[in-house]
Design a protein around this ligand. Structure first.
Ligand code: PMP
Length: 428
């Protein structure tokens, strides 16, 4: 029994499933999760002393690599002054200014402590501002676990949403309409049915919670036009893509301007942070300037702001995004070439610092339906093969992979060599 196995058994006694967030439990790949002791640069180290090249990056934020000296120092400096005040600070102002400088559609911004809080608050604001109850989301997109967002499509097109978890009343879920990602017609049909009732569309501008699905040409612009036509707000959820796909987020990369944007883990550099912001007239609708209530004891926490600011400043240095994109392209194309060499069909997607690979005969994967049709047995086999080789991927075929600037040539080559050996075994 490994130390990770022992810790997992022990954890299950006191923590449901042994984990504080379900995907960590390795449910979809089998086996016990690795308990992590520390991380540095492109590597994480488990409780048994194993070292892995990490493509999870704490699910996104570690764009500079783990334990980056600039972020570590910023946190240590901030700790000297106390951990939390529950009062305004100059740091928060600096953070707001930095976010707004990087993402011009955000004219004002409010800090929260997680991505879930950011999307939940943005939706309350959109509903309050438009005085409409319904929201529209896409099947396969994840926006955190607020009640109105844990909703799946009802049976048949144009039906009201169904709760996707017990504990969410149908009366809540019925206000969430679910459309098909990359399919503007499905969105138009819902707006035609509810022309005056939909407060907002919320979407991942590159879907990273159904593997990695970029928007097809014209999809984001089409959604913008539909929102304008019907007076609904467009909320782009950049919790994953913000400052990972480009310096100005996926919205900058694809040239689309939302009314509201949600941000998350990336702006905390590894500390618990989220934010939502956008048009000033909309943001002024929040308390204390407006009637929509939203609050948080730890919002704008000085340690989190210090870590986040240090990360954002480093991300503004020249060449960061070119490097990140080149590394990502190299790993994604390398994986595909290696799989194909061994006769294993594979499709890939990548944008900026995020990538996905699919065990499928399809040339291109652009829909949630296609993701669900991929070979379900191959992913766990590949996953465990790579883990044994010292490469740590997201333990689910529905998650995107993340690169960091700390992934150098040595790590990229080692990853592709490992993949080549694993594909060779799988092909037998
Ligand atoms: N939105 C998106 C796009 C996400 O990927 C996530 C989490 N991965 C969330 C929202 C929720 O963020 P958090 O886990 O910080 O609540």
């Amino acid at each position: 029994m490994t130390r990770s196995d022992e810790l997992f058994e022990q954890a299950k006694q006191t923590i449901p499933g042994g984990v504080n967030s379900p995907v960590r439990a390795f449910s979809s790949v089998g086996g016990a999760p690795r308990f992590i002791e520390k991380a540095d640069g492109a590597y994480i180290f488990d409780a048994d002393g194993n070292k892995y090249i990490d493509y999870v990056g704490s699910w996104g934020p570690m764009i500079l690599g783990h334990n980056h000296p600039k972020i570590r120092q910023a946190v240590l400096n901030a700790v000297e002054n106390g951990l939390s005040f529950g009062a305004p600070t100059e740091l928060e102002v600096a953070m707001a200014e930095k976010v707004i400088e990087m993402v011009p559609s955000m004219e004002q911004v409010r800090m929260v402590s997680s991505g879930t809080e950011a999307t939940m608050s943005a939706i309350r604001l959109a509903r309050g501002f438009t005085n409409r109850d319904k929201i529209l989301k896409f099947e396969g997109c994840y926006h955190g676990h607020a009640d109105c967002l844990l909703v799946k499509a009802g049976s048949g097109a144009l039906t009201l949403g169904q709760p996707s978890s017990p504990g969410i009343p149908e009366d809540f879920a019925k206000h969430t309409l679910t459309a098909t990602y990359n399919d503007l017609e499905s969105v138009k049909a819902l707006f035609e049915q509810y022309p005056d009732a939909i407060s907002c569309i919320i979407l991942e501008p590159v879907a990273g919670n159904m593997n990695c699905i970029p928007p097809v040409d014209g999809f984001l612009q089409g959604l913008r036009a539909i929102c304008d036509e019907y007076g609904a707000l467009m909320i782009i959820d950049e919790v994953m893509t913000g400052f990972r796909v480009s310096k100005s987020g996926a919205q900058g990369h694809y040239g689309v301007t939302p009314d509201l944007t949600t941000l998350g883990k990336v702006i905390g550099g590894g500390m618990p942070v989220g934010a939502f912001g956008g048009r000033k007239d909309v943001m002024q609708f929040i308390a204390p300037t407006g009637p929509v209530y939203q609050a948080g004891t730890l919002s704008g926490n000085p340690i989190a702001m210090s870590a986040g600011l240090a990360q954002m400043e480093a991300l503004c240095e020249d060449g960061v995004y070119e490097q990140l994109a080149a590394k990502t392209q190299y790993i994604a194309e390398g994986l595909k070439a290696s799989a194909n060499k061994h006769g294993i069909p594979m499709a890939i997607n990548y944008v900026g610092g995020m990538f996905g690979f699919f065990f499928t005969d399809a040339e291109k994967v652009t829909s949630f339906e296609q993701v669900t049709q991929c070979d379900a047995a191959m992913f766990p086999e590949f996953y465990h093969g790579m883990l044994d080789e010292g490469v740590y991927l997201a333990p689910s075929a529905f998650e995107a992979g993340f690169l960091s600037l700390a992934h150098g040539e040595a790590e990229l080559e080692a990853t592709l060599a490992a993949a080549d050996r694993v594909f060779a075994k799988m092909a037998k």
